[in-house]
Design a protein around this ligand. Sequence first.
Ligand SMILES: [Zn+2]
Length: 104
Amino acid sequence: MKKIVSRSSLIELAPYEFALASAGIKFRRKNEFISGAIGELPFIEAWPELWLIDDEQFEQAQQICQRIKQDVNQPQIDWSCSECKEENANSFEFCWSCGELRRV
Ligand SMILES: [Zn+2]
């Protein structure tokens, strides 16, 4: 298994989980119950993490995570679907109408 992403809270991980699951990527959470019991651990080691179950999906998983990271740092810009031309909110990784993966 390979680690895909770690964030400081489960709330921050949620968009990653949603996008990965929507893309059919299998992953597992680690450290999700450690928060509040950090104790002597170096802080970053206690962050919730997502680990890839199938290593062959690593590249795809990384691309998805990269795009989410960029989204978080960018102003909200809507996009239109390359398939059905529907307008989608910037926070959507997939078209709400036809489910097509975002390409813009
Ligand atoms: Zn669409």
